[in-house]
Design a protein around this ligand. Structure first.
Ligand code: NAP
Length: 413
């Protein structure tokens, strides 16, 4: 059998391409934005997909509903305190119920042809890595896996032969565009960014931005963390790091371009001057459907792209003064080691504080920068060589970030 992934040099893996018949699927983060879109596609293609396990954090009513809708064999909630509620909700359904972090890892490693890794945050690292180590085919939405422990994650994927399919729309676009030529023909890749809700705002307006304003993304409907990250452009920064690991490219060969229409999701520039792009409506069901059916294609429910209606596609360079998070992420990527792990942990703390209304918007990048500086000062930036080490850095960085919060909140207001 031709190994499509190696032939294309895109993502590692020699896990068997799932058979054309019924595929068994596990969804980690089944109640979230990506999980719900995945479930939507599965419900539209019941003759192709059978659901093995669904997992979530603590939203029992949503998880129980999803488990029943797709006829999952197992439903897992990571909060042990939610076990009894889930058991009651699924009583008589024949669906097995489990709770806790170990149960999450077990769900991730149950035999399945395909896994959606869409838990939000660094908490998704353990179960996703467990699936990778088993050599499974993983559709990766959880970018934190690559940001917090990218080197480790990709080495383990290469060793186990796991296949990593990029779900993030930009990476999925590049994955598709990379099929146009050999790896040595690539000059650079370009990730597009919508620019978020504050693209045209002045610095003064951005400083005064409220959580409600930041949570209103102009084009995409997503979970709260990634929506705030889109407003600061940290999301694009995390995606830079994700692309660096996924496609094994240096910083100089990964560019970011602001493209407010979110129609062109990513581009690959080849050495001969050709630029190959993937276009589509801003609907995550498109890249999810691509991964779900890969290497085949299925009918997608998303609105078809009508370029005559779109009329204009515009592009501009990102403004690193108003959106310093993007520059911080690039610096962390170039520094390597644990710098991206620290960046991500500090950002998770900062975003939660901002959503709770306790810090102003510009305190998000300020806290990330201060935490990176403090971590460097304490010699905490060595590359994590195990999952425990990565999670240790994540934990210490969160504490460090929290200790810096009061000072940063005052400075940024
Ligand atoms: N949304 C997008 O369009 C998009 C695009 C590209 C990449 N991504 C990435 O995909 C991931 C998911 O994003 P999202 O927008 O779907 O997030 P979301 O809507 O906030 O959903 C998060 C999911 O993770 C689950 N979860 C949270 N904490 C958990 C825990 N401790 N243990 C197990 N599960 C837990 C949640 O379960 P509960 O409901 O029980 O809390 C929920 O199912 C993120 O890494 C994000 O960066 C998202």
């Amino acid at each position: 059998m031709v190994n499509v992934r190696h032939a294309r040099n895109v993502v590692p893996g020699h896990a068997p391409v799932p058979a054309a018949g019924m595929r068994s699927i596990t969804i980690l983060g089944a109640t979230g934005s990506i999980g719900t879109s995945t479930v939507d596609l599965i419900k539209r293609n019941r003759d192709r997909y059978r659901v093995e396990a669904v997992a979530a954090g603590r939203n029992v009513p949503a998880l129980a509903r999803v488990a029943q809708e797709v006829g999952a064999r197992v439903a897992v909630v990571s909060a042990p305190s939610a076990y009894a509620e889930l058991k009651d909700a699924l009583a008589g359904s024949g669906i097995e119920v489990a709770a806790g972090e170990d149960a999450l890892v077990e769900a991730a490693t149950r035999p399945a042809d395909w896994i959606m890794a869409s838990i939000a945050g660094a908490i998704g690292l353990k179960p996703t890595l467990a699936a990778i180590e088993k050599g499974m085919t993983v559709a990766l939405a959880n970018k934190e896996c690559l940001v917090c422990a990218g080197g480790l994650f990709m080495r383990r994927a290469a060793a186990s032969g796991a296949t990593v399919l990029p779900v993030d729309s930009e990476h999925n676009a590049i994955f598709q565009a990379l099929h146009s030529g050999p790896r040595e023909g690539v000059r650079r890749i370009i990730l597009t960014a919508s620019g978020g809700p504050f693209r045209t705002w002045s610095m003064e307006q951005i400083r005064a931005a409220s959580p409600e304003q930041a949570l209103k993304h102009p084009n995409w409907s997503m979970g709260p963390k990634v929506t705030i990250d889109s407003a600061t452009l940290m999301n694009k920064g995390l995606e830079l790091i994700e692309a660096h690991h996924l496609f094994q490219l240096p910083s100089a060969e990964i560019d970011v371009l602001v493209h407010p229409q979110s129609v062109v999701h990513g581009m690959v520039e080849y050495r001969d001057g050709s630029v190959v792009a993937q276009l589509g409506a801003p609907d995550m069901r498109i890249p999810i459907a691509h991964c779900l059916a890969w290497p085949a294609r299925i009918d997608g429910p998303s609105p078809r792209l009508d370029l005559a209606k779109v009329r204009q596609l515009t592009f501009e360079d990102p403004d690193l003064d108003r959106f310093p998070a993007l520059g911080l992420a690039r610096q962390a990527m170039e520094a390597g080691g644990a710098a991206p792990t620290v960046l991500n942990a500090a950002d998770e703390v900062a975003v939660a504080e901002f959503i709770a209304g306790r810090i102003p918007f510009m305190a998000i990048p300020a806290l990330v920068e201060a935490t990176l500086d403090a971590a460097a000062g304490r010699g905490l930036l060595a590359e994590p060589d195990s999952i425990e080490a990565a999670l240790g850095v994540d934990h210490d960085s969160r504490q460090l970030a929290r200790s810096l919060l009061p000072e940063i909140a005052v400075k940024a207001s």
